[in-house]
Design a protein around this ligand. Structure first.
Ligand code: 4NP
Length: 152
């Protein structure tokens, strides 16, 4: 499972932390990582605002370092989940055709709970509340995804 956003410092590391927590609860053995479509923050830890909001919910961001998506990721991961439509389009255009079916939106697993919200909004230039919204959205969709995998 690979989570992808633009910078790999806010949304996708938060998704990684949320999903690792869900997978741990259900004892799912999965490879879980995150990456960015851009390399602006290569090597950096997640944004301190993401860490603060996530840790308050008991999430673990230890060892995370931003990286850019690589060609090998498309082969390596079974599911590649994009935070927003722009990330999705970037991934589709970068992916070999035979792996495009692996690419989905992160929120595509939540259905009615999110009242039609399809994208995880970029919180980078906003206030702290944006980071809470990101975690709420991720929690809904990734909780369902973990349940779905657990039932397979
Ligand atoms: P992310 O947020 O894609 O959720 O990690 C962003 C982080 C950095 C920038 C944009 C979005 N940036 O422009 O530097």
């Amino acid at each position: 499972m690979l989570f992808v956003c633009l910078g790999n410092i806010c949304r996708s590391p938060s998704a990684e932390a949320v999903f690792k927590d869900k997978a741990h609860e259900l004892q799912l053995e999965l490879q879980i990582d995150s990456a960015g479509t851009a390399a602006y923050h290569q090597g950096n830890p997640p944004d301190p605002r993401s860490i603060k909001a996530g840790e308050a919910r008991g999430l673990d961001f230890s060892g995370m370092q931003a990286r850019k998506i690589t060609d090998d990721d498309f082969n390596q991961f079974d599911l590649i989940l994009a935070a927003d439509n722009s990330n999705f389009e970037d991934l589709i255009s970068r992916s070999p055709v035979e792996y495009q079916h692996k690419i989905r939106l992160i929120l595509s697993f939540a259905d009615y709970e999110l009242n039609g919200v399809e994208e995880v909004p970029d919180p980078y230039y906003g206030g702290e509340n944006g980071f809470e919204i990101v975690l709420d959205l991720l929690d809904s969709s990734l909780g369902r995804l973990a349940q779905k995998i657990n039932n397979e």
